[in-house]
Structures are given as C-alpha cells and as structure tokens.
Design a protein around this ligand. Structure first.
Ligand code: PMV
Length: 314
C-alpha cells in the first residue's frame, strides 16, 4: 500500500518572543526531544484523520483545527491528489504549550505528502505550506516557528515583513550553545498564543509606554544573549533569561503559576529561567550547569506541580 512519512521536531524560544512580532530578533533552538510523525496511507472509502486531537472523517474536521484542514487541501491541490487517505498523526509535542506543536504538525504533514508523492521538498516549499497553516492558527505569526522547522541549529531570527520598531538584520545560524543543560517544564495549562499576541498588540497600538519599553528592553537582551552564546558564557545567558522573563511579565503574558515555577527553578539552582513561547500558560525553560543539577531542578518542578519536564543538553 502506498505510504508517505513525515517527521518534525519541537522548538524552544530561548529569548525574544513577542518582541519578535514587532521586528526585533529572537533566539530559538530546535528541540529534538519531542517530535511529530505524520503517516499518509492510501485508503478505500472516505479520507480519515487519526490523532490525539481528532479521530474521524477528514471532511468533518472541527473548526478548531481548520488550519490543518486548509493545509491538507493545499497539499492535495498541489499534487492533484484525489485518492482517499488515512492520515495518522502521532506527537510527543504537547499542543498549545509554546513548543511549536502546530508548526510541527503542519511540517510533518507536508513532508508526508511530499514523501507519498516521492517528490523532493525544498526548505522554501516547506515554509510556504507551514506559514499558511500557521497564519490560520495564530493570526499574524512572526514566522519563527515555521522557520525553525527547516533548521537543526540555534538561530537568531527576525521577521522579514513590516510591523517593525527596529532595524532588522537577517536570520543568522548561531554557533552551538554554551555547554550546559536545558530544562523545559510544562505548566499543564494551555498556552494562549493568539490571545497573548493580541493583548500585547492592543497595548502597543494604544502607545502603552510599559509595552514599548519592554519590547526595546527585550531587543537589547537578545543582542546580549547572542554575545553570551558567541563567547560561550552559560552564566551570562542564564542571567539574561531572568531579565527577559521580567520584561515578559511587563508585557503581561506570564501567569502567577508560571512565575511560581520559575521561582522554584531558580531556588533549585537554575542559572536562569523564563516563560517560553506565546504564554498565558504553556511552558517555562531553565538553564543548569550539568545533568545532575538539571534533573534535580526538573524533579523540584514536578513536585511543585509541573505536568511534565524534559532535560536535554544545550
Ligand atoms: O506559542 P508559540 O510557540 O506559537 O510561540 C509564539 C511566539 C510569539 O513570539 C509570541 C508569536 C510569534 O508569532 O512569534
């Protein structure tokens, strides 16, 4: 039976989320500890989707995943694909937690269609499809999640179209991060990227000084973060994560529970900790010097109530 398989990893924004929407840079890394696998198989009868978020006829996909519906239609049109299919999506990336789940689903599904049709897929083409799905899912995304899907290295990303408060520089592939460990903790609460982005935008458009100041501060911090990476200073990077979290609090996208977890990670010895991604829930990240310390921090976070944790070398 004809089949195509596509895989995609998660992503973590180390610094610069939200401000990146306004044209300032952000630093993000692919996160290989979690992944989405899409399998497209030829089928008789009606096309079906099987996943943790929906199991049933493809034509009856709920509105909440209209971005996936739209993406599959684009891919079907691209290949003039008429044959009914079974699309299985298995993912270890928790959805709506700021770990890039929606971009990873779109990316894995796009790769599965190209694999099924035995057609090479360029990064440009992948971006084209994933960006369209992300725009439906998130409104006006900066494009950082989609771009990360084409990368295996840390990147410094700036969006390439308007809404810009700063002089944007091109996307850069960064050197390896300083030796150390990353802890990612899922608060268990759904992140609300679209609402968070709209909340910041409303305040920005009203000329809220705190918001403008926080975005400018984040830009400076990301610049310093890039330097810390260039010179391999984990301590400096940790401090910058703390400062970045403070600026994100000013933007109003953290929550009391996440602030509590961040405090818990710092007390357990983290060099720095912050919320990651869209916020209003979702995940936080922390940095540790070595693996035993990282595991100890992750355990503390789980005891404090975090739904899940991951530890990975930086
Ligand atoms: O919540 P996520 O993983 O989709 O990350 C959103 C990042 C933002 O900067 C808040 C929005 C964007 O489009 O860049």
């Amino acid at each position: 039976m004809r089949q195509g398989i596509g895989r995609a990893h998660g992503k973590i924004i180390l610094m610069g989320e939200h401000a990146v929407v306004y044209g300032t840079p952000a630093i993000a890394v692919p996160f290989q500890r979690v992944e989405t696998v899409a399998t497209l198989t030829e089928h008789t009868g009606h096309s079906e989707l099987h996943s943790s978020f929906y199991d049933g006829l493809f034509e009856q996909l709920p509105d909440i995943i209209s971005s996936l519906y739209h993406l599959v239609r684009l891919l079907k049109d691209h290949f003039s694909h008429e044959t009914p299919f079974n699309l299985h999506i298995n993912s270890t990336i928790p959805p709506e937690r700021g770990m890039g789940s929606s971009a990873a689903v779109s990316s894995a599904v796009t790769r599965a269609f190209f694999d099924y049709h035995q057609t090479p897929l360029s990064d440009q083409q992948l971006l084209h499809f994933v960006d369209q799905a992300e725009t439906i899912a998130h409104g006006s995304p900066s494009g950082i999640d989609s771009f990360l899907m084409t990368q295996t290295q840390p990147i410094r990303f700036s969006r390439t179209e308007p809404i810009r408060i700063s002089r944007t520089e091109p996307i850069r592939i960064l050197p390896d991060l300083p030796n150390g460990f990353l802890i990612v903790a899922d608060s268990g609460m759904i992140g609300q990227t679209k609402q968070a982005v709209n909340h910041v935008r409303d305040r920005y458009e009203q000329g809220d000084f705190n918001v403008i100041q926080a975005i400018q501060r984040i830009e400076e911090l990301v610049g310093a973060g890039e330097q810390a990476i260039q010179v391999g200073s984990l301590e400096q990077l940790g401090q910058l994560l703390n400062d970045n979290h403070f600026a994100l609090q000013q933007l109003g996208i953290s929550t009391p529970v996440i602030d509590e977890y961040i405090q818990c990670a710092r007390q357990a010895g983290a060099l720095g900790a912050k919320i990651t991604g869209g916020g209003l829930g979702g995940c936080l990240i922390a940095l540790a010097t070595n693996e035993p310390q990282a595991i100890a921090i992750a355990k503390q976070l789980e005891s404090a109530g975090a739904a899940n944790t991951w530890v990975a070398p930086l």
